[in-house]
Design a protein around this ligand. Sequence first.
Ligand code: NDP
Ligand code: 2IT
Length: 448
Amino acid sequence: MALKNQYMIDLLETVKRRNAGEPEFIQAVTEVFESLEPVIEKRPDFVAEGVLDRLVEPERQIIFRVPWVDDNGNTQVNRGFRVQYNSAIGPYKGGIRLHPSVYLGIIKFLGFEQVFKNSLTTLPMGGGKGGSDFDPKGKSDKEVMRFCQSFMTELYRHIGADCDVPAGDIGTGAREIGYMFGQYKRITNEFTGVLTGKGLTYGGSLARKEATGFGLCYFTNEMLKANGKSFEGSTVVISGSGNVAIYATQKATELGAKVVALSDSNGYIYDPNGIDLDCVKQIKEVERKRIKEYVNTHPDATYTEGCKGIWTIKCDIALPCATQNEIDAESAAILAKNGCYCVSEGANMPSTPDAIAVYFANNMLYGPAKAANAGGVATSGLEMSQNSERLSWTFEEVDGKLKGIMKNIFKACDDAAKEYGLEGNYMAGANIAGFLKVAEAMKAQGCV
Ligand code: NDP
Ligand code: 2IT
């Protein structure tokens, strides 16, 4: 969908010129601009106040050296990033990604998305993201610890419980958060809720580990219900086999679906009997091994090299939970041809723009990432609240709040889409609803 508003066309050109070489960031901004065109037409005040001009530029971008010593005594050097994207509605909040593909453009796209996602949660959180091109895979626990300590030795001066609160993302789980928290506490001599996703023995929230996957299913369930469908009796394909994929598998199964496939960056497993999640948790969470190990104990299951093939498996509902741009137009067309009627995103920006066009052309239900996967950061917000009041809530209490938040996010997306005559377009709804709160806050606070 091409833009018609000349101001937005010109601004997008500026974004492309200023951020050349960062295709993921340009992709994320373009999608949001296309959704916001009717809002901008209706709200000249946002143009006059330069809201969009300011939104496309992160408030602060920090890049730093992360030197550490490996088990052989050799010096290794990685690059660390923190993009403090927008603080209009609360302290910067967002995860830390540790993956060799990380560069500034990835962190900027994730930070940009986080701004709208956090706004949708209704909690007071601005948007940020961080990370490094460090690869935790194949590293010993001690190497991971030395990396995390070095990373925090620079990061600590830029963050704080009321300033910027990082959390997990790809490659950053409870182990990494623990090492980072320990180092922050040591340097600052303060025990504060400066990170979320912490262990349960030192201020973490019950249900945070499960929250993104569970929240994805709660959101998807609302979207299915509103369209006369349900998880009950459906066949589901989920990509990835990390934190989000595992707990999406658990909740989808609890809601009556049969999850038949999972993947990692090497390949995918297909189990026609439904995934045995205890086995997956043992392989991925305990042993930190590859998903192909699964077939050693499940004779009916198959393993196929390469991750793209997972989208050729016949399913009703697809939940991409691995990484950006993992579904292209070709895969989307195969999903549609096989009768898939719903794609809902656990990962951030897992569908290319061409894939999204295929979903709409085939009248598929499409749950966009910034709404569908907001349960993780929403529960991080609940962890921050618990840390502030120095209390911890029960699993049921946190899970109940998460369910309510995901229901409300679906309603906000649905309502905004309807208000702009785009009924059923939850992507536009999410972008509009997320944007409006941030835009009003930016306008109220003046040109800062
Ligand atoms: P994990 O590190 O726990 O798991 C990531 C999974 O995705 C692994 O199975 C990994 O395979 C696979 N994967 C990662 N990169 C690639 C790649 N380039 N190509 C193919 N597969 C890949 O991360 P999470 O589960 O936490 O994150 C998954 C997605 O969900 C990300 O997009 C993240 O931004 C998003 N997300 C996470 C939230 C959270 O709370 N954790 C909240 C909201 C969104 P392998 O092991 O081979 O690398
Ligand atoms: O993309 C995301 O929303 C996350 N990785 C979770 C961020 C958080 O602060 O919990």
